[in-house]
Design a protein around this ligand. Structure first.
Ligand SMILES: [Zn+2]
Ligand SMILES: [Zn+2]
Length: 199
């Protein structure tokens, strides 16, 4: 059983659901710092959030100098995942810089399909393949080799959370190197997560 993330524009601004673009969320009343890139020191761009059993995993990636800040690297500091509890949430805005947000906003439906793996589930999807935004849970389908990251807190291989396509429209797509695929991993015990992409 493969759980496909299927584009759904009507679910674009739900605080507690998986969505892409728009504003990130934080716990009400809590100060949350907008993450900065380790290489260029500037603020990263918010990509989207993935709902999991340990909270919402918010993905940020540097887009100030695409390709030069090791944005693909789970250890490079050019991307960052922040995990927030999925209760008492509010949206929050960056203090400066429209470019820290992606204009387009879209949500997802989680659709279970009978397939051996993600690639065949995507292949069998009837309709526009770009509507398939990735998979949740399951087994990653790597473009390059297996790059499952190790957790910093317990040194174990991290749990695979989701695999993400660049988005439903090439004009507004996330930048995973042009046709790339991103992978999200977490650690339930340490409540940490890592993000990487391949193309
Ligand atoms: Zn940067
Ligand atoms: Zn850990």
């Amino acid at each position: 059983m493969i759980k496909l993330l299927i584009n759904d524009d009507s679910k674009s601004d739900i605080l507690t659901e998986t969505s892409f673009g728009g504003l990130p969320v934080k716990e009400i009343g809590k100060n949350t710092e907008w993450p900065s890139c380790r290489t260029c020191q500037a603020k990263m761009q918010y990509q989207g959030k993935i709902k999991t059993d340990i909270g919402l995993e918010l993905i940020f990636m540097c887009q100030n100098d695409p390709g030069l800040c090791d944005e693909w690297d789970p250890e490079g500091g050019g991307n960052k995942v922040i995990i927030v509890n999925s209760e008492n949430l509010e949206f929050f805005k960056p203090l400066e810089g429209e470019s820290l947000l992606r204009e387009t906003v879209y949500g997802v439906n989680l659709i279970e399909t009978d397939a051996d793996d993600y690639d065949s589930a995507r292949e069998n999807w009837e309709g526009n393949k770009r509507q398939v935004l990735g998979q949740y849970d399951g087994i990653p389908s790597w473009i390059q080799g297996d790059e499952t990251p190790e957790c910093d807190c317990c040194s174990k291989s991290m749990r695979f959370v989701a695999q993400l396509e660049e988005g439903p429209d090439y004009r507004t797509a996330m930048n995973f190197g042009g046709g790339g695929v991103a992978y999200l991993f977490d650690c339930k015990e340490g409540k940490t997560a890592k993000f990487l992409w391949q193309c």
